[in-house]
Design a protein. Structure first.
Length: 239
């Protein structure tokens, strides 16, 4: 495990900067810049890859007949996957995203969704909600896979901010270090292109290693079929 302080110290040495006595309370301009670049780097890393747990998480929503449901307070964004939101019904169908308010209002006025179940996200940091049309029937569960905003851990408690000298970084050490270094060098008009290239190479490699399944489909049939690939009505009459 690598602490955030260790990453900042390594980045500082690569930038020919003397690390402060304590990073948490350091207020000199150089230390503040490095901490700013730490924030920019970890935000970029979280935005570009669906990292595995504990940054990648899953929550289960149980229907109550309501339209909107609260998401966890550490919710940052949905994972970029067709099955990031799917219902645990007999068909196990993925829910379809609605990104425009007009479409949502149109569905609301139309009153029907056909064979699909749609969802939309609303809210802001620590107050995100997810809404469904049709509304979730009582006890029907929907699985939501998301990326957490928490990127440090201390004593078993995950956090979204660096606030203690012994905070452990949950993101890859070399990737964060390279991101801080090239941003600092670029700000100071120093040679940075080689470190930026290293950052992008590490991002590509680590994100591929992080999610090992990759598929390229040029229109052919999938090699393996799943039960939910075959549409089945929610209700089949007995006769």
């Amino acid at each position: 495990m690598t602490t955030v302080v260790e990453i900042l110290n390594r980045a500082a040495r690569k930038c020919s900067v003397n690390p402060p006595a304590t990073w948490v309370s350091a207020t000199d301009a150089t230390s503040m810049e490095l901490k700013d670049f730490l924030d920019e780097t970890r935000e970029d890393i979280a935005a570009r890859c669906d990292w595995i747990g504990p940054i990648g998480k899953t929550t289960v929503i149980t229907g109550t007949g309501a339209e909107d449901y609260d998401l966890p307070t550490d919710f940052l964004r949905l994972q970029r996957d067709d099955y990031s939101v799917y219902e645990r019904s007999r068909t196990r169908r993925p829910c379809m995203p609605i990104t425009r308010d007009g479409e949502w209002e149109y569905l609301d006025e139309l009153g029907i969704t056909g064979a699909e179940r749609f969802y939309r996200l609303q809210g802001y940091d620590e107050n995100y909600t997810i809404g469904f049309k049709d509304v979730l029937e009582t006890d029907l569960t929907v699985v939501v896979s998301y990326v957490s905003k928490n990127w440090t851990i201390n004593g078993g408690t995950e956090k979204s901010e660096f606030s203690a000298e012994d905070d452990v970084c949950l993101l890859p050490r070399r990737l964060v270090e390279a991101g801080i270094t090239y941003r600092f060098r670029m700000r100071k008009a120093l040679p940075y292109q080689d470190v930026q290239a290293e950052y992008e190479i590490l991002m590509s490699r680590m994100s591929s290693d992080n999610r090992t399944r990759r598929a390229i489909n040029f229109g052919g049939q999938p090699k393996r079929r799943s039960p939910w690939d075959i549409p089945v009505p929610d209700f089949i009459p007995s006769s």
